[in-house]
Design a binder for this molecule. Structure first.
Ligand code: ADP
Ligand code: MG
Ligand code: MG
Length: 907
């Protein structure tokens, strides 16, 4: 048996080995082999980490020996030994997982220093200050990440030292001060942990590796992985690398650089440089950094070299790279590279430029675009050149900038919005009861809650900008105000939030439409901008090459127009329920519900039919030549009646007070009528309306209802056809569980359609189909296909009924379920492939076996989710249908699916 190899020299790896060596290790290896200046080192694999975790925090057999062997080789290359008192080799111990998890895990610099070798280092380098600064950094990082000391204690000690000396910056502390600080740090470690800082360098190294492995399971890292859908079983590698020193004086320094601007995509390097500093100092913001382009003023040679290396890296990786580097006495060292994160906007610009530059081909460019973030391109931004200081920063939970007056309850949000006031709803955290206020707000701001909190999920779903978890703000709901430090923002005060950055501003900042939105609405100047050219080019490519068609869910002519503008090729779901709302219609619907004779019922239908017909005329005209799938009435009828409890209370109060007028939900009616209404509402009350009298069950119980709808649909289509239009009509019957239900309804409804068509004397084909949204329907799809020309997967209901989860009630436990990984992901967002997906697949196969040309689509929320779109492509659906705003997302995702790779794989 050959033993597993747990340790690789940088020379032995390459960039494709990130699952073994972690991203950092794989790229350090790649850069080493490209001949770039990387300090020597080696990588302990992720596999070793997983073995360590599996064995209850025990290093696997042989691993430490291997580390010893590679360390000796490193010592030989460097001509120094770890812990050699006179001239020590120092190393960094760096975490590095397969996916970048910025700042989530731990790194320790300057390992190998102790009370003795610090003197040796001082002598060798001729700088007492440098040696003691390096030592205090080791104590600080080791104390915090390996020994678990609260990092603030070290920071406080540094503050005290600076204060005592009356200086501002750490660089103003001299060797004597640092010497004292080292003693203080050692004391802090001993006090806090009851143990001394380990003087033995080998032990430092071993404990360092152990701490990095352990950091994979710290809470921060676990939360980060959950948010970013990174698997828990990947583990992290550890890189042991000889130190280079940016803290050796003014001819040294450290920096971070992007090969292009990650915010706006400009093809110019972007970053920060900090003279006389080490490691994290640049990002930690302890001193003001120089802009990268100004580095040339202090380090002209290193800056030239850095630019050359950036070009080399871009050509090699064919993408924007993010680099960490250090300059030691004028000599440039590269310490890390990876494909850089960027905004959605920058991603499109870079893909476009790189295509033009010949760095990548068009499909590579298209594949690189994150379909899930495409919507961001359409969001409002804070106008360029706006100068404002943020009052708080939270999580950028839903993209876009928003400005409005602060309100503190959902009811107020609704009331203010209805008077035409733009509002920002400010809550500690939202609940499902706030929904009505949330959807009327320009933006949502919460002080608690993460990127998967209720507020964040609803905001993203509705396309409303949101900043969540801005914990510096204290919301005082009864007082209708919030405080940040000494500042108070009261109800009605203007607030601006930026959902791209998570920043919160006081006052009414100026917002601007995104260039894409301006271009889309015809602005000629905006159409000259690169982002629009990129959008047009890549979307055209996506449309040309995808197999899945993309339709939209749209209920009105207005939404249909919107959908077409965004590239929809039809309507996959036209719900008819909203057509039953509006004062005049509700009255007619109620007459229908209350009818006690067939005649009364028919009178009600006759009143509704013309209204419905006009709605359909508008939609068919808008969708000329494109298919429109109209779903017959689906929700339970009591949705058109007042709330049972509200009505009961209103009736009770009125009769007690001897009043004749009852007010409920803004509606007034005589007491007698209200009592009658209440009796009916009680009568119709269902314990579980989701599983009650709805969908085609309504059509069966109230035969005239669907007949009226079919007549209205077909009459509208005939009218449009007679006027020279080309309506393509598909009638969809919801919630079928059995073949017989559907067969019987078709038998009743088809003659209605035929008669209208015959009467009007036009030629019109009507397709009849059903939704597959119950497990029984999926399981008997072969039979159902005998009586359906098309299926549309209603994956919202199918998910509810497959899991037995009510979507309205999951708020109480789904978060916990996701956290504990009891469900793979939120199944209402991404299709649950093993369960719901399997039912879909089975229904496709058996449906098509029974009817070769069965047309297949999906019309749930999932139709606009890129991962779900890929799945729909794989099981061979003909189209996906989603909200009009998600149409471009689905078009792009469909192309990416066809390219055989997921957008998520390119992240
Ligand atoms: P993170 O993954 O949090 O970025 P790193 O392992 O990259 O952590 O280390 C943090 C910082 O320490 C980096 O900025 C890097 O420049 C610096 N650093 C790491 N290793 C060395 C080294 N061998 N010599 C000098 N600086 C180093
Ligand atoms: Mg780093
Ligand atoms: Mg449904």
């Amino acid at each position: 048996m050959t033993a597993t190899k747990y340790v690789y020299d940088f020379e032995e790896g390459n960039k494709d080995m990130k699952f073994l060596l972690g991203g950092k290790g794989a790229n350090l290896a790649e850069m080493t082999n490209m001949g770039l200046p990387v300090p020597h080192g080696f990588t302990v694999t992720c596999e070793a980490c997983n073995a360590f975790r599996a064995a209850g925090r025990q290093f696997p057999d042989g691993m430490l020996d291997e580390v010893g062997g590679h360390l000796r080789a490193l010592e030989q290359k460097m001509g120094r030994r770890l812990g050699e008192p006179a001239d020590p080799l120092l190393v960094s111990v760096r975490s590095g997982a397969p996916f970048s998890m910025p700042g989530m895990m731990d790194t320790v610099l300057n390992v190998g220093l102790n009370d003795e070798s610090v003197e040796g280092l001082a002598k060798q380098t001729g700088s007492q200050r440098f040696a003691w600064d390096s030592y205090r950094r080791l104590l600080q990082m080791f104390g915090k990440t390996v020994m678990g000391v609260d990092g603030d204690r070290f920071e406080e000690a540094i503050e005290e030292a600076k204060h005592a000396k009356g200086v501002q910056n750490d660089v103003d502390l001299d060797d004597g001060d640092l010497h004292t600080l080292v003693s203080r740090f050692k004391a802090i470690i001993a006090e806090d942990t009851g143990r001394d800082f380990p003087q033995e360098p080998q032990e430092q190294l071993r404990l360092g590796i152990q701490a990095v492995f352990g950091s994979w399971d710290n809470k921060r890292a676990i939360d980060y992985r959950r948010r970013n859908k990174i698997r828990d079983d990947l583990g992290t590698a550890v890189n042991v690398q000889s130190m280079v020193f940016g803290n050796k004086g003014d001819d040294s320094g450290t920096g971070v650089a992007f090969t292009r601007n990650p915010a706006n995509g400009d093809p110019t390097p972007y970053g920060d440089y900090l003279p006389n500093a080490q490691g994290e100092d640049v990002v930690a913001g302890i001193r003001n950094t120089l802009k990268l382009e100004d580095m040339g003023k202090v380090q002209p040679r290193a800056w030239e070299e850095l630019q050359a290396h950036m070009r080399t890296l871009e050509r090699h990786y064919r993408d924007m790279c993010d680099i960490e580097f250090t300059v030691e006495q004028g000599k440039l060292w590269l310490l890390q590279t990876r494909i850089g994160k960027r905004t959605a906007f920058a991603e499109w610009i870079m893909a476009f430029d790189m295509l033009e530059e010949g760095l990548i081909d068009v499909d590579t460019a298209v594949l690189r675009l994150d379909a899930d973030r495409l919507e961001e391109l359409f969001k409002k931004v804070i106008a360029e050149g706006t100068k404002a200081e943020a009052i708080a920063t939270g999580l950028n939970a839903s993209p876009g900038a928003a400005v409005g007056k602060a309100v503190f309850t959902a009811d107020d949000a609704q009331a203010w919005a209805e008077r035409g006031e733009p509002v920002i709803l400010v809550r500690r955290e939202t609940t499902p009861d706030d929904y009505h206020g949330m959807i009327r707000s320009q933006g949502i701001l919460t002080s608690a809650g993460g990127t998967n909190s209720h507020a964040a999920v609803v905001a993203r779903g509705e396309g409303i900008p949101a900043v969540c978890g801005a914990d510096a703000i204290h919301v005082d709901r009864p007082g209708k105000r919030f405080k940040v430090g000494s500042l108070t923002v009261s109800e009605g005060d203007w607030v601006t939030i930026d959902g791209f950055t998570g920043k919160v501003y006081q006052g009414q900042l100026e917002l601007a439409d995104s260039p894409i939105e301006r271009a889309r609405s015809g602005d000629a100047e905006a159409r000259k901008e690169k982002i629009w050219k990129a959008y047009e080019r890549f979307m055209a490519r996506a449309d040309e090459m995808r197999r899945l068609r993309v339709r939209a869910n749209a209920d009105t002519a207005q939404q249909a127009a919107n959908a077409i503008e965004r590239g929809a090729e039809g309507i996959g779901l036209c719900r008819t329920e909203h057509m039953f709302l509006g004062e005049e219609r509700v009255a007619a619907v109620r007459k229908m519900i209350f009818a006690s004779t067939a005649d009364e019922e028919q009178t009600a239908y006759d009143a509704l039919a013309p209204l419905q017909r006009e709605d359909f005329v508008g939609i068919f005209k808008e969708m000329d030549g494109k298919p429109v799938t109209v779903r017959l009435l689906d929700p339970p009828l009591h949705e058109f009646l007042p709330d049972q409890v509200d009505l009961a209370v209103a009736v009770a109060l009125a009769s007690q007070a001897g009043a004749d007028d009852v007010e409920v939900g803004g509606e007034h009616m005589p007491l007698a009528e209200a009592e009658e209404l209440l009796a009916k509402v009680n009568d119709m009350h269902e314990v579980n309306p989701m599983l009650g009298l709805r969908g085609l069950r309504l059509g069966i119980v109230k035969p005239g209802l669907y007949a009226m709808q079919v007549r209205a649909i077909v009459e509208a289509a005939c009218k449009v056809k007679a006027e020279g239009g080309n309506p393509i009509v598909e009638i969809m019957i919801p919630l079928a569980a059995t073949r017989e239900e559907l067969a019987q309804l078709r038998e009743e409804l088809e003659p209605v359609a035929r008669q209208v068509i015959g009467d009007r004397g036009v030629e019109l084909l009507v397709a009849w189909g059903t939704m597959i949204e119950l497990p029984r329907a999926a399981l008997t799809a072969g039979e159902i296909a005998e009586v359906a020309e098309f299926f549309s997967f209603g994956t919202n209901d199918l998910t509810q009924t497959t899991f037995g989860f009510s979507r309205d009630d999951i708020g109480k436990f789904l978060g916990m379920y996701e956290e504990r990984k009891l469900v793979p992901a939120n199944p209402f967002v991404t299709i649950d492939q093993p369960g719901v997906g399997r039912l879909m697949q089975l229904a496709c196969e058996e449906g098509r076996a029974a009817r070769e040309h069965l047309h297949l689509g999906i019309c749930g929320e999932h139709g606009g989710d890129p991962d779900s779109v890929r799945f729909c492509h794989e099981i061979g659906l003909d189209y996906v249908s989603c909200s009009p705003f998600r149409v471009p997302t689905a078009r792009l995702a469909a192309r990416q699916a066809a390219l055989g790779e997921a957008s998520s794989a390119s992240k």
